[in-house]
Ligand binder design. Structure first.
Ligand SMILES: *Cc1c(COP(=O)(O)O)cnc(C)c1O
Length: 432
């Protein structure tokens, strides 16, 4: 729908909900209980996704099998633990646009990032630089800086952080391409977030991957804010690696098991340096307990330890919902839902707030980042007391993420109504 067709009314929001083909998915999630007497408007699925109602049953099944089968559960649990991670592979691969051989669920995000850097950041005296987006998520900055130092280089020289042009808040793809070309032969790795956690900008990963590979650099993506949020085609884009977590848009619960992608072109290359552990060893001979590591072909060969089954159970619950809804339909709804929220914010037209997230749908996911004048946190606090669960990011941004799986158009309208009231705008026609 063209965003010009939106109307800022509760009835209109309800009519969008009534015609939403994904509306029934809201029922599959547990919403937090009302706070301060107000129903909760949950907009922090970009931070911790809601609990799928099936999560408890899936986790209980593993507790039950552990109780009744003990060690036999590795082979005889309803979903045997030995190959448990394999039950997640296909659906996870679908979410990130990868082949199953390129996808593995393991560890947590920053750990996976380090494991991928071990394999794909192999600096030489000539080619040693890493390019990332400026103000990347801190964990990513720490990870790359520590890897640079680990190899004996100086982050002050080896780390290139791309900043927006003067007066702009988001990056232009052509500027990234030019910088990649300029640093050319000195670039060992280009690594971007799929969606920047602060601005909500979705990077043009196909173009970045192209430019990096043309320059002869490896290319990787951190998809923490992209997986389950925007359309991804990791295989086609030709990234060397990607990592993501599954407690944000993927709703697998706090500390959930993360994902990693290694492109198929590396699948059979057992010479790539890596930190090895027995779970990455060839499955046919793993239990022969031999002294030499033979990696499984593909992303699974980067596993180190046997994984946490209870955590994978909740991820399985969530991925089944994703498979049922389908990323394509989710993205379609997402564009409309976030477009509606953006439209409503424009109706408020108050100089104290500005949306810094790009307005082109190809350049963002569901999150809108609202900059607050003078970094006045009291607006955020008022929203919170009114039942809005959003998040404040220093120095001056409120992030709201209407998630297409479980948020609806009435939620967006509810936010608009409350925000308008908190800004002291008229409440005429919108009720209290
Ligand atoms: C959320 C997030 C993380 C968090 O890292 P963990 O290892 O899961 O604690 C890292 N990087 C990015 C870009 C994130 O958005």
């Amino acid at each position: 729908m063209d965003r010009m067709e939106f109307v800022a009314s509760e009835d209109f929001a309800r009519s969008l909900d009534a015609s939403d083909p994904l509306a029934r998915f809201r029922e599959k999630f547990n919403f937090p209980i009302p706070r301060h007497g107000n129903e909760v408007l949950y907009f922090t699925g970009n931070s911790l996704g809601l609990q799928p109602k099936t999560a408890r049953e899936y986790v209980d099944q593993e507790l039950e099998d552990w109780k009744t089968l003990a060690v036999e559960g590795h082979f005889h649990a309803k979903h045997p633990w030995l190959p448990y991670h394999e039950f997640l592979t296909e659906k996870m691969a679908e979410v990130v646009g990868a082949k199953p051989v390129e996808t593995v669920v393991m560890n947590s995000l920053t750990v996976n990032l380090h494991l991928m850097l071990v394999s794909f950041y192999r600096p030489t005296p000539e080619r040693y630089r890493i390019m990332i987006e400026g103000k990347a998520f801190p964990s990513d900055q720490y990870a790359v800086k520590s890897q640079i130092r680990f190899h004996g280089f100086d982050p002050g020289d080896a780390l290139i952080e791309m900043e927006p042009r003067e007066g702009e808040t988001t990056l232009r793809t052509e500027d990234i391409e030019t910088a990649i070309e300029t640093y050319g032969d000195s670039l060992a790795l280009v690594m971007f977030g799929g969606v920047n956690y602060f601005t909500g900008q979705a990077f043009e990963m196909a173009r970045i991957a192209d430019a990096a590979r043309t320059a002869g650099a490896a290319v990787g993506f951190d998809l923490a804010h992209a997986a389950g949020n925007i359309p991804l085609k990791l295989h086609d884009w030709g990234a060397d690696f990607a990592v993501w977590c599954s407690y944000k848009y993927l709703n697998a619960g706090p500390g959930a098991v993360a994902g990693a992608f290694v492109h198929e072109r590396h699948a059979k290359d057992s010479d790539i340096p890596r930190f090895a552990g027995w779970w990455g060893h060839d499955k046919d001979t793993r239990f022969l307990m031999g002294p030499d590591f033979v990696p499984i072909e593909g992303a699974e060969g980067w596993q180190i330890s046997n994984p946490p089954i209870l955590q994978m159970a909740s991820l399985r619950a969530s991925l089944e919902i994703f498979a049922e809804a389908g990323m394509e339909a989710l993205v379609e709804k997402s564009k409309k839902l976030t477009g509606f929220l953006e439209f409503l914010l424009k109706q408020i037209d108050d100089e104290r707030i500005t949306v810094i997230t790009p307005s082109r749908t190809a350049h963002r996911g569901c999150q809108l980042s609202i900059r607050v004048e003078d970094a006045n946190r009291s607006l955020f606090e008022e929203l919170t007391s009114a039942g809005v669960v959003a998040d404040w990011r220093e120095p001056d941004v409120i992030r709201v993420a209407p998630v297409p799986l479980y948020n609806n158009f009435s939620d967006a309208f509810g936010f608009y109504r409350i925000l308008k009231r908190c800004l002291g705008g008229t409440t005429e026609g919108v009720g209290i």
